[in-house]
Ligand binder design. Structure first.
Ligand SMILES: NC(=O)c1ccc[n+]([C@@H]2O[C@H](COP(=O)([O-])OP(=O)(O)OC[C@H]3O[C@@H](n4cnc5c(N)ncnc54)[C@H](OP(=O)(O)O)[C@@H]3O)[C@@H](O)[C@H]2O)c1
Length: 277
């Protein structure tokens, strides 16, 4: 896939610019619309041209300039080309590193390639993007970075080991970064959504349709609304939804040994052959 611009509208001041990765659907698309409503110019990425362009059109109708870039974030050459594009923007005031995917396949005996791609998209692409934009934000004394992690990152999840581990990297990286830039005027937020109704669950529609009672699904719009309120208050960690916040508190106090047992029972674990010598 080429990282060449799919469509472009020149950015002109006085619009501040927000860069949002993974804006073709779900949480990223909701961020795009919410930030356009706040009057921000946008640079949006995705891989599917049509949904991405539909989001861009919706944002342009709100009167802001919007550029779109098609980029496969697991591809180093496409990332480089995208980052060059970001460097050319005069004033990036907000970055939402949102692009991500789930891959509910067993690690043991499963293919390695999607695991490596996940690390590239969830970790490398975010770190590279923040590295490009942060110095100018710090020099200006203002700006915001949002990394979209997941509440699941607080859990041991068999079958989604790489997903939760890559999101845990973001938690740790962004919390330290938020302390490092605290006095510079730049805000770093780790956003930990719980279950949110988006295309993310297309791999497991049975689960998404089942709607178990104990799970409270949120809309991407409500997740974004809470995230932007957290950003306004300069909160470094943002967990949208009271039931998700309650769960986070519970996960913090429950001994990890009990948590591992619960998750093992719920999600299953692989049995050996019993051929121990
Ligand atoms: N939905 C949930 O329940 C939930 C819960 C916690 C955290 N999250 C996190 O929220 C973020 C957004 O997900 P979502 O729920 O809004 O799902 P989504 O609707 O599937 O959106 C994912 C976005 O990421 C982009 N993307 C995925 N893989 C990519 C890749 N390899 N290269 C470039 N772009 C890629 C997609 O682009 P294309 O579709 O155009 O390819 C899409 O724009 C993810 O980081 C996810 O881990 C979601």
């Amino acid at each position: 896939m080429s990282a060449a611009p799919h469509d472009s509208t020149a950015m002109h001041p006085p619009h501040d610019t927000a860069v949002i990765t993974g804006a073709s659907s779900g949480i990223g698309a909701a961020f795009a619309v919410a930030l356009a409503r706040r009057g921000m110019g946008l640079l949006l990425t995705g891989r599917r041209p049509e949904p991405l362009e539909a989001v861009a059109k919706q944002c342009r109708a709100l009167g802001v300039p919007v550029q779109t870039v098609l980029v496969e974030l697991s591809d180093p050459a496409e990332r480089r080309s995208f980052l060059d594009r970001v460097r050319r923007i005069d004033s990036v005031s907000l970055v939402v590193a949102n692009a991500g995917f789930g891959y509910p396949r067993p690690f043991v005996g499963g293919p390695l390639e999607p695991v490596v791609q996940m690390i590239d998209v969830h970790i490398t692409a975010v770190v590279e993007l923040f590295h490009v934009v942060l110095p100018a934000m710090v020099a200006r004394g203002s700006g915001g970075l949002i990394a979209v992690s997941s509440l699941a990152s607080r859990l041991p999840v068999p079958g989604a080991e790489s997903y939760v581990a890559s999101k845990s990297y973001l938690n740790s990286f962004c919390e330290s970064l938020s302390v490092a830039v605290r006095d510079s005027g730049v805000t770093v937020q780790t956003l930990l959504p719980g279950f949110t109704r988006t295309d993310f669950h297309r791999y497991d529609t049975e689960f998404a349709d089942a709607q178990p009672r104990f799970l409270r699904w949120m809309t991407p719009e409500s997740v974004v609304d809470v995230s932007l309120r957290c950003l306004d208050r300069r909160r470094p960690v943002c967990i949208p939804g009271w039931s998700n916040r309650l769960m986070a508190i519970g996960l913090g106090v429950l001994p990890r040994s009990i948590l591992r047992r619960i998750m093992g029972r719920t999600m299953g674990s692989i049995s050996g052959t019993g051929d121990s010598q």
